[in-house]
Design a protein around this ligand. Sequence first.
Ligand code: MN
Length: 230
Amino acid sequence: MGYAISLWAPPALPIAGSSESFPVRRIFCVGRNYAEHQKEMGGDGREQPFFFLKSAHSLVPGGGIVHYPAKTSNYHYETEMVVAIAKGGHRIDARKANDHVFGYAVGLDMTRRDLQQWGKDHGRPWDFGKNFDEAAPCGALATANRIGHPAKGALWLRVNGKQRQRADLAEMIWSVPEQIAYLSEFYTLEPGDLIYSGTPAGVGPVKPGDELHAGIDAVGELKATIAPAL
Ligand code: MN
């Protein structure tokens, strides 16, 4: 039986050094996974991380042009390491979690901070603040076969050449294997799932014309230019 409307291609990420791409199923994101970012968001640095989701269709594979989104006047970047799951599972042991990982990339968890704050203030969902068109720029995947499983190394972001974020992956409150173990208690993880592993301190607003350049040692880099709203 055919489909009533034309089928779309699955969202997919480029893979560094490969002509193949990585099809994306779901995007999980961890909130407040670096103590200094918890503090800048109003926490005491000791809260437990938590998760939210973005649609795979909010990906901007490889970065490039990212349009300023609708209905916000406080549009923020959050630089994060992205983890790509190749092998699914339920109740995955943290000690074996790395076996489920295909690779890693540099991602931006773009956020309509004013809409997110409205949701927090009113006890409403975060979706409009976090899950919108072009909300998830993500660079090429570096395969674990090539780079291993980075647990330390610098993560940084420059906006128009000025450093805005800089931290070390070792400062994560929950490590990537711990995130995979935790998530897989609540969801059956599937091949193609991504995890945005949280941002360090230094988040802030961007506007049309701004140039974002992010990187993580051993993983790669990501560039995005903010274009006027559509
Ligand atoms: Mn984030």
